[in-house]
Each structure stands twice: as structure tokens, then as C-alpha cells.
Design a protein around this ligand. Structure first.
Ligand code: UD1
Ligand code: UDP
Length: 376
């Protein structure tokens, strides 16, 4: 029996690790799977834990309002280090590029415990964008022993940097596994369907709907304000409405609410649970976002995405044709969004259903590789 400790702290890590935990727990005689949440996020993490019925064995409750990167990194290393000493796992599993993930990987390394990295090898090529995530994931690649790359591109990034190819496994992205499970539940649960219809009954079927999210640290200040100005301009057309679940980070809340609050056709709402967000993605005409996960989910759902960033570590969606990098400039966003609103051929081409991030079997592959690698 091998003890695996999953350490995570934010919404996307929980969404993307939930199917892996579920898969490993199907083999209780082989794996003793434990969960440690750092609480880097609180409300936004709890929404996901509830949906996937995940109960942390340890909850470090570290979130502070307006926390700094040093607060998170320092506290996660110290507190996860303590948990590792008490729990003595055989393997620590982390996901993605958050500060929780790199700090937990560092704590494991210092405790001389192996780490597995889910969603390894993504690279934008710019250490400052996304910041700090690009460097976080590079550091995890140095610390980790098992690298689960979602795509061949991601594997190539790792081997180019000198990672032993025998320790890199192309699995697909586990976000597609999570998405498929949630969509299945949405299609079979009548009560849930009614709840979603009721919750979003404020939407006007006669209007086009743009779904928006944004939270990248390198956009705080001027760029976030420019994106908001562009969104305000788009709703000058009265057949357009926007739904914007606003990230709880005060650096996002403040500018978004001050620039866009009070407009009739801009619905600023709290972050929604994962099934509600999937419902909104499906219901939208297209999406404007700087989110990594949304860039991966949208092609699977057959949605077009305008990415309000200068670069991406997820080029597969761009190559597939669903995703366009538009930056944070007001005019560029308005021009590209109007193209999608007004040209049906462009919208149709960007809204085809495609699967550049996997087939929904990534978690099963990860479980199988761990079973073989850990010698069970
Ligand atoms: C973090 C990750 C980012 C990931 C994002 C997903 C880092 C450095 N950043 O960014 O990679 O893409 O999560 O959303 O790891 N807050 C709440 N409640 C919550 C969550 C956040 O109030 O449930 C507020 C708090 O004031 C907190 C602030 O948001 O201090 C920032 O949270 P933090 O985790 O530091 O950064 P994110 O921008 O969420
Ligand atoms: N998401 C959600 N509720 C929301 C907004 C997003 O459940 O209100 C989901 C989304 O479907 C995706 C994930 O959260 O799976 C992305 O999280 P985020 O954009 O915060 O982080 P990133 O992916 O950029 O790291």
C-alpha cells in the first residue's frame, strides 16, 4: 500500500485533481490517498470540494485577504513540511503552476519525498507572463520526479530543458476528465438543470451573451481597466449582454466593479460553482478570458475564446482554431469581439468542437502509470 498526498489550494487545481483522486481511490488496496488543502483560496476552493465531494484530511486554512506571493509561499512550505513529517507519504502530487504547487513541491523535496506533477511542461516562453506562474512551473519541473504532460508540445518543452524523457508521460489534460464528468451529471440531473435555468433566468434569449473572466496578476492596474473599457464599449450595442463572474481578488474586484458596475446589460456576479460556469460557457456566444483552464475547456465545448493576454502557454487551442490571443488593448478587444458578433462565418469557424487537450482518460492513465512506477 502506497500513501499518496495530494496538496492543492486553488479552484483550478481542485477541478483538475478531482478526477485523478477519484481514479486512484478506485484501488483502495493499492493506494492510501490523502488530501491536504492549503486554503490559498477559500470560497472558490470550497465550491469545488463540495461539487466533487472531496474532504480534505488536512486543511491548512492559510488564505489572508490580499495575500502576497511571499505570504503564500512561506506559509505553504512551513505548514506542508509539518504535514509531511507527520503523514510520511510515499509521494506528493501537485498540479499546475500555482504558488501552492511549487511551495508544496519544495517542501516535499526538502523532506526527501518524490513529487508527481500533473499538467507538466506548459511554457509561454516569457518568465513575466503569466507571472509568477511561468517560473513556478519551471521550478516544479526541476523538483518533480514524475511529469504528467497534457500534450506532446508540453513533453517537448520538458525534454528540451533536460528532463529525463523516461519520466515524462503524455496523458491528456485532466480538465477534460473533470469537464466530461460534470457535463454528464448536468445532462442526467433534472433538479440541477432546473436550478441552472432558474439561477440564470435573468439572461435575455434575444441578446448575444459574452462570458468574461479575468484574474492575471500581470494585468493588475492599467490592463484590467482597459479590458473593462472594451467590455463597456461592446455593450453600447443593445443586443449584447455580458456575464462576468468576478474573481474574489480585491485587485480584480475593485476596478471591475468601479468601471462596469451599474450597467444594465453587464451582469457582475460572484464566482460561480463549476457546473454553473460550464452552463454559462455552453450558453455563451463566445468567451473573453485570461484563464488557462477556460482556454482548455472551450474547444471541447465548441466555443470561441478571445484571450486577453499577450501570450499563452496553451498554443494547442490557438492552432486548433478556437482561441485567439488579443492582448489587453481596448481597440483590439473591441475589433475582435465585433468580428465574432457580426461575421457568422468567423464565429462558426472558431466555434467548432475540437479536442486538443485530450480524450477524458488522462486520470486513468496517470493512475496506471503510478501503479506501475510505484511498484504495486
Ligand atoms: C491564484 C494563482 C493563479 C491561479 C488562480 C486561479 C498563484 C500565485 N496564483 O491566483 O495561478 O490561476 O489562483 O484562480 O498561485 N480570494 C478570496 N477568496 C477566494 C480566493 C481568493 O477572497 O476563494 C482573494 C483573497 O483576498 C486573496 C486574493 O483573492 O488574498 C488572491 O488570491 P491568490 O490565490 O493569492 O491569487 P489568485 O489571483 O487567486
Ligand atoms: N470556473 C468556475 N467558476 C467561475 C469561473 C471559472 O468554476 O466563476 C472554472 C473554469 O471552468 C476553469 C477554472 O475555474 O475550470 C479556471 O480557473 P481560473 O480561471 O481561476 O484559473 P486558471 O485556469 O487561469 O489557472
Amino acid at each position: 500500500m502506497k500513501r499518496l498526498l495530494f496538496v492543492f489550494g486553488t479552484r483550478p487545481e481542485a477541478i483538475k485533481l478531482a478526477p485523478v483522486i477519484d481514479e486512484l481511490r478506485r484501488e483502495p488496496s493499492l493506494f492510501d490517498v490523502r488530501i491536504c488543502t492549503t486554503g490559498q483560496h477559500r470560497e472558490m476552493l470550497d465550491q469545488v470540494l463540495q461539487l466533487f465531494d472531496l474532504k480534505p484530511d488536512v486543511d491548512l486554512q492559510l488564505m489572508k485577504a490580499n495575500q502576497t506571493l511571499v505570504d503564500i509561499a512561506g506559509n505553504v512550505i512551513l505548514e506542508t513540511g509539518r504535514v509531511l513529517r507527520e503523514m510520511q507519504p510515499d509521494l506528493v502530487v501537485v498540479q499546475g503552476d500555482t504558488t501552492t504547487a511549487v511551495a508544496a513541491g519544495m517542501a516535499a523535496f526538502y523532506a526527501n519525498i518524490d513529487t508527481a506533477h500533473v499538467e507538466a511542461g506548459l511554457r509561454s516562453g516569457d518568465d513575466r507572463a503569466p507571472w509568477p506562474e511561468e517560473v513556478n512551473r519551471k521550478m516544479i519541473s526541476v523538483l518533480a520526479r514524475y511529469h504528467f504532460a497534457p500534450t506532446e508540445d508540453a513533453k517537448a518543452n520538458l525534454t528540451r530543458e533536460g528532463t529525463d524523457p523516461a519520466r515524462v508521460f503524455v496523458t491528456g489534460n485532466t480538465v477534460i476528465d473533470a469537464l466530461q464528468r460534470a457535463v454528464l451529471r448536468m445532462s442526467s440531473d433534472v433538479v440541477l438543470k432546473e436550478r441552472l435555468a432558474r439561477d440564470f433566468s435573468f439572461l435575455d434569449a434575444k441578446r448575444r451573451m459574452i462570458l468574461v473572466t479575468g484574474h492575471r496578476r500581470e494585468s493588475f492596474g492599467g490592463p484590467i481597466r482597459d479590458v473593462c473599457e472594451a467590455l463597456a464599449e461592446l455593450t453600447l450595442d443593445d443586443d449584447v449582454e455580458i456575464v462576468y463572474p468576478v474573481h474574489l481578488n480585491p485587485n480584480v474586484q475593485q476596478p471591475v466593479r468601479s468601471i462596469l458596475g451599474g450597467s444594465d446589460r453587464i451582469h457582475l456576479i460572484e464566482p460561480v460553482d463549476y457546473v454553473s460556469f460550464i452552463h454559462l460557457m455552453m450558453r455563451s456566444d463566445f468567451i473573453v478570458t485570461d484563464s488557462g483552464g477556460v482556454q482548455e475547456e472551450a474547444p471541447y465545448l465548441g466555443k470561441a475564446v478571445l484571450v486577453t493576454r499577450g501570450t499563452t502557454e496553451r498554443p494547442e487551442g490557438v492552432r486548433a482554431g478556437n482561441v485567439k490571443i488579443v492582448g489587453t488593448g481596448r481597440e483590439d478587444i473591441v475589433t475582435e469581439a465585433r468580428l465574432l458578433l457580426r461575421d457568422p462565418a468567423v464565429r462558426a469557424e472558431m466555434s467548432q468542437q475540437r479536442n486538443p487537450y485530450g480524450d477524458g482518460q488522462a486520470s486513468r492513465r496517470i493512475a496506471e502509470i503510478l501503479r506501475l512506477s510505484l511498484g504495486n
